[in-house]
Design a protein around this ligand. Sequence first.
Ligand code: NAP
Length: 485
Amino acid sequence: MVSRVIPVDPFDLVIFGGTGDLARRKILPALFRRYVAGQMGETSRIVGAARSEMDDAAYRDFVRDAVMEFDPPQGEAATQLDGFLEQVGYVTLDATGHGGWAELAARLKDKRAVQAFYFSVGPSLFGALAERLHQHGMAGEGTRIVVEKPFGRDEESARKLNATLAEHFDEGQIYRIDHYLGKETVQNLMAVRFGNMLFEPLWNAQYVDHIQITVAETVGVGGRGEYYDKSGAMRDMLQNHMMQLLCLIAMEPPAKFDPDAVRDEKLKVIRALDEVKPEDVVRGQYEAEDGKADYRTQVENKASTTESFVALKLHISNWRWAGTPFYLRTGKRLRAKVSEIAVVFKETPHSIFGAEAGRHRNILTIRLQPNEGMDLGVTIKEPGPGGMRLVDVPLDMTFADALGPDAEDVPDAYERLIMDVIRGNQTLFMRGDEVEAAWAWTDPIIAGWEARGDEPEPYETGSSGPEEALALMHRDGRRWRDIRA
Ligand code: NAP
């Protein structure tokens, strides 16, 4: 198999917050990888912009250090770093001030085919940036802007942010990033569902017993305690990343693979979500273990009731899913770092092999990490003599094995998404109404906790979360899959 890299049109990409953590860790190394892949073109330009005083040369050193720290190039690629840096520059400016903006506009005067502005700063600066771009003539028709999560902290703030951006940009110019959507497996989920005859006829409440979505981390809040304590697992993970996974797994087939067709179907899923009953949600907070601090020690508020774990059961009230529960859980300091979706099919209506053959179910597991891929558990006869004993075996499709060396060339989420911005393809970005609808569903759950004064349940570091989360499934006669790397 030969991987195809189609160069994008020449572009200008301005990174507001070009000296920040996200730029260093993700955006700049991703751009360099696309340069090495031959996708960026020789005339494209990257301009970092922030308040720190720096000239082009100093910023190039900064970018070099970022690439070497977070994704050091190997072999031939290492020789290309100098060439990449020649396409990088820097402008000192304050989003809320006036200095620097004329210089930025002057630099961009000689326009490339595409002009994009990455708002890699806190959302409180989105309005100021949009306004300044407009004032300095850089918010024209073809301009694209990229914004990061958190996109609001409730429906009202998300609406305000959308309205602020809408003052100067159309929806078709706004790219709201959820990097989960850029993952190869997530897109493969759509390929598997809508490119095969095998699954879609079974993809409904008649054949699916339930669906589990797990995003487990082993790390705690670390240095992000201050930010995290204001959001918690529900706002930080469930409302955005997990909701997006839920939409892709549950949506109806769009008529075509185009941005609005896909996003219309995702929106319908969110709008069909039932209100979640208080007894169907479990929140948790990790305890100390093995010399590691507990949650409250790592945040400023020593009586914090913010959750580092949340598990819930939800229902989608539509023709396809009525009666099939979805169980979602996410948390920090859990047993392993794993993100997966498991579609658990129903048992056969009758076992011709008798009770001694046991109960068996097909499970389609879609792994986002580690070892991106899918496996389908199928039931076969245990080999050898001794009668008809049944055993479940996986039909494994780990992408790295199935696709050989090409799997290593698969762009990571940020590479793909940034190139999609340049290509003008919004399919993998969240539309404003989707984000608002997701908050509208999440808000009453959080409001309920606050009104009741709910305390999160403690759970052990390295566990699968609080006991209550296990009980959430046990009382339905089901069990979570093991959290295993
Ligand atoms: P950060 O490390 O605090 O960086 C913020 C950047 O904004 C810096 O470059 C800062 O540079 C610049 N800045 C701050 N105030 C400014 C102003 N008034 N005018 C111009 N530039 C200004 O934050 P970050 O982690 O990179 O995050 C950026 C955004 O992405 C945030 O909204 C965050 O929630 C989101 N995000 C981050 C990550 C991640 O992994 N880091 C992941 C997902 C989402 P100066 O101080 O030099 O101005």
